[in-house]
Design a binder for this molecule. Structure first.
Ligand code: BT5
Length: 235
C-alpha cells in the first residue's frame, strides 16, 4: 500500500521486473499520473480504489486480450458483491453504474508479464473530478449515497479478478459469457470512432473480444475504437 504514486501500474511493473510473483498487488491512496488507454489520464483522488496486479500468464499470446475482459468481469463482480449495486461493462474497458463510468481497467503487457490495473471511483465526491470528466462519470459514494468499505472492495477485486483470470485458462467462453452478461452496449445504437467512424447497433462481442456492430452493410467486428451511445436516429 502506497500513499501517493504516479501510477500503480508503473510500481507493479517495476516490482515485476525485480521478480515479484504473480498475484503481487499494489494499492495507492492517490495517483498523480493515473493512466487510461492511449495516453489518456485517469483522475485518481483519495477515496478511490487504485489497484494493480502482477500477472505472469501462461497463455498463448492470442489469448492475452482476454485478461482485460477477465479483469473487467472481476471488477464488476466485486462491486456487486460488496455493494449489491448492479454494474455493467462498456466495451472495451469501462465499468458502468447508472449509465455512467464508475471505473476502468487498464491491462498493460510486455514480455511475459501483464499488469492488470483497476480504478474504481469508490468513496470519491463527484466534485473531486474535473468538470469535463464528471459529466460522464459517477462514484459509488454518489450513486449509493453512502461510503463503501475500501478494504473489503480491494479484497473482493483481488478475489474476483483471480477467479475470472483462472477461467481464461479453460478457454475464452466462460470469461466472455460473464462479460457479455453485463454488456452495457449490446442492443444499443452506437457511434464507433476508430480507424473509421460509423454507426450501427452493438450486437455483442465475438470469441476474440471484438465488438460486433450491425450496420446497413452487415456486421462489422471492431477491435480498437472508442464507442459512444447514439441516442436517436436510425441505426
Ligand atoms: C480507462 O481508460 O478507463 C482505464 C482506467 C484505469 C485506471 C487504473 S487505476 C489503477 C491503475 N493505474 C493506472 O495508472 N491506471 C490503472 P480509458 O478508457 O482510456 O478512459 C480514460 C478516460 O476516462 C479519460 O480520458 C477521461 O475522460 C475519463 N476519466 C478519467 N478519470 C476518470 C475517473 N476517475 N472516473 C471516470 N472517468 C474518468
Amino acid at each position: 500500500m502506497h500513499a501517493i504514486v504516479d501510477s500503480t501500474n508503473d510500481i507493479a511493473r517495476a516490482l515485476a521486473e525485480e521478480g515479484a510473483p504473480e498475484g503481487t498487488a499494489v494499492l495507492a491512496i492517490e495517483q498523480t499520473g493515473g493512466r487510461g488507454r492511449q495516453g489518456r489520464g485517469w483522475i485518481s483522488p483519495a477515496g478511490g480504489l487504485w489497484l494493480s496486479i502482477v500477472l505472469r500468464p501462461s497463455l498463448a499470446h492470442d489469448a492475452w486480450p482476454l485478461i482485460g475482459f477477465a479483469t473487467g468481469a472481476g471488477a464488476a463482480a466485486a462491486v456487486e458483491t460488496v455493494t449489491g449495486a448492479k454494474t455493467q461493462l462498456k466495451w472495451p474497458n469501462d465499468l458502468m453504474l447508472n449509465e455512467r463510468k464508475v471505473g476502468g481497467v487498464l491491462v498493460e503487457s510486455s514480455g511475459d508479464v501483464a499488469i492488470a490495473g483497476v480504478g474504481i471511483n469508490a468513496n470519491v465526491l463527484p466534485e473531486a473530478l474535473p468538470e469535463g470528466v464528471r459529466a460522464g462519470a459517477t462514484t459509488l459514494l454518489a450513486s449509493l449515497g453512502r461510503p463503501v468499505d475500501l478494504a473489503a472492495l480491494a479484497r473482493a477485486v483481488l478475489e474476483q479478478v483471480e477467479r475470472f483470470y483462472d477461467l481464461v485458462r479453460e478457454g475464452p467462453e466462460a470469461v466472455l459469457d460473464a462479460w457479455r452478461a453485463r454488456s452495457f452496449l449490446t442492443g444499443r445504437r452506437v457511434t464507433v470512432a476508430g480507424a473509421q467512424m460509423f454507426e450501427g447497433v452493438a450486437e455483442g462481442i465475438d470469441r476474440a473480444g471484438a465488438l460486433l456492430v450491425r450496420t446497413a452493410s452487415g456486421v462489422r467486428p471492431v477491435r480498437a475504437a472508442d464507442v459512444s451511445i447514439r441516442e436517436a436516429g436510425p441505426a
